[in-house]
Design a protein around this ligand. Sequence first.
Ligand SMILES: NC(=O)C[C@H](N)C(=O)O
Length: 634
Amino acid sequence: MGSADILPALYKCPAPYFEGDSSSTLRSSPCLGSSAHTNQNSPRPPVSPTLKALRLPWLTEEFAVPAMARAAGRERRLLAIYTGGTIGMRSEGGVLVPGRGLAAVLRTLHMFHDEEYAQAHRLPEDTLVLPLAGPDQRILYTVLECQPLFDSSDMTITEWVQIAQTIERHYTQYQGFVVIHGTDTMAFAASVLSFMLENLQKPVILTGAQVPIHALWNDGRENLLGALLMAGQYIIPEVCLFFQNQLFRGNRTTKVDARRFAAFCSPNLPPLATVGADVTINRELVRKASGKDRLVVHSSMERDVGLLRLYPGIPASLVRTFLRPPLKGVVMETFGSGNGPTKPDLLLELREAAEQGLIIVNCTHCLQGAVTSDYASGMAMAGAGIVSGFDMTSEAALAKLSYVLGQPGLTLDDRKKLLAKNLRGEMTLPMTDERRSSLQDGMLGCRVAWLLSLNGSQEADAMQDVLMPSLALAAAHAGDLDTLQAFVELGRDLNLKDCSGQTPLHAAARRGHAAVVAMLLQRGVDVNARNEDGHSPLLLAVRGRHQGVIGLLRAAGACLSPQELEDVGTELCRLASRADSEGLRAWWQAGADLGQLGYDGHCALQVAEAAGNADVVALLQSFKDRLSAQPQAH
Ligand SMILES: NC(=O)C[C@H](N)C(=O)O
């Protein structure tokens, strides 16, 4: 049983969600400022009247986008588009309904707004500002509240097109966008937006909550704050989804839990970033912005697309009915690695539909894995003119289908080719024989050998200096022991660093390549090297829960720095609340003090006890006992 099941008292939100009927007060207050925060002596600039003309029919007048805030210092400006969802809901007649006035609620929460700064810098009244997030950086944001607000179950392509167009309209004014959305269809929304927004150079991060932000114990605050911080502090040119401390590529996500705070997962791609005591960015996964192309918004999305889940014995007649016009494309959820019944009547229906121009995309209904051509049942379906969706989620496949079918002037063949391409990082294409053999021949090793063979000229030396660190890191990241060995044989120092201060040891530790870590340590690399974020290989191994690697690093004298241990108490409490024994064990193994207190003065053991996580309590207790029995051992 997980933490959400056994923590009703903590996780349930007390009713009513709002104190009093705040919605009506907020609605009548276009400037959002509550009297407590309004400084009568120093009136703040009003919302720019000229900008009210920019709003969509779907957006309320009082939340129309303001003029750019006028303030000193280094500032990042974000637009938060609030579409509804549980995060702002309130209880009405015993059920949750979308709630207005989210900006006004945020204004009252110190973590979301620094009124002193806003007044001192005379920010417009509809501009909120986060407390100082880093040295000398402020994140200013404006909440654009949609009208009406939706439970996301009612969201459709029409609303998502409006969101994309709103982003386009304000694209140059803001450095990033946060879309506050209900969780039920958030994975669909993120997928659709990823295809609609081409050449994105700025982050667009969707977030929401399982419990309203007004509740005492909720996930809305952490999620929204995380999304704002990620969008404000990092250049991530993708449509992402931020939930429970993880930043995912939006079109890789799916909602997997109706109640737990960890509601989303990205089954076939690791998170782009994970937020704990520090932020770990998986840089190699983040897509690169093209740099010169302008944002293109594809608003013409095909609505006549569908999703059909096969099940054992599904009648051919039912499939025929489903595939009838006006349907133009269907995502078919098949068994295992893309298999389906091979009944001739069923295959005939699929073949006929495909011949008549219906596009069928084959996606597995399994959470993880991809469609392959391993089975006869799979091949039979492919023979019926079906396009493989490889490891795409059904949400991404449906969105892609809608996008591809919405593109004007393409032939059926063009559309199928487009579907087979990886357009927005939504799928992992299988290795072609060509790619596979070049990798098997040690592509990386060949490059290194070639590079090292260039010698003599100044130019060659300069090129080696620039490329060597990246190649060594790539080899360590891939666990390519042979290539690293080649470096050693040629007398190269493996203590080199790339432009972000990463060493090969960082790369190998992060990926859990114990053999590479052992080899690097034998070569005497710096076990406590820090990258530019101040992170050591040990911290990266802890985050990845690579116990073998942690053991090797510790044996070689690695230890976590005070900076790395700064917020460890909070991180440990979080792990304890999620019953994450592996995570706790990794910190213990790395030498962290598991008795450290979290931000609210509790330690992990207390959190586990409150949560009733017996296994975690026993684990933490055993660590405590071991520590008191052998104080020197740890
Ligand atoms: N947690 C949520 O946001 C669920 C809600 N029904 C929605 O999707 O709007």
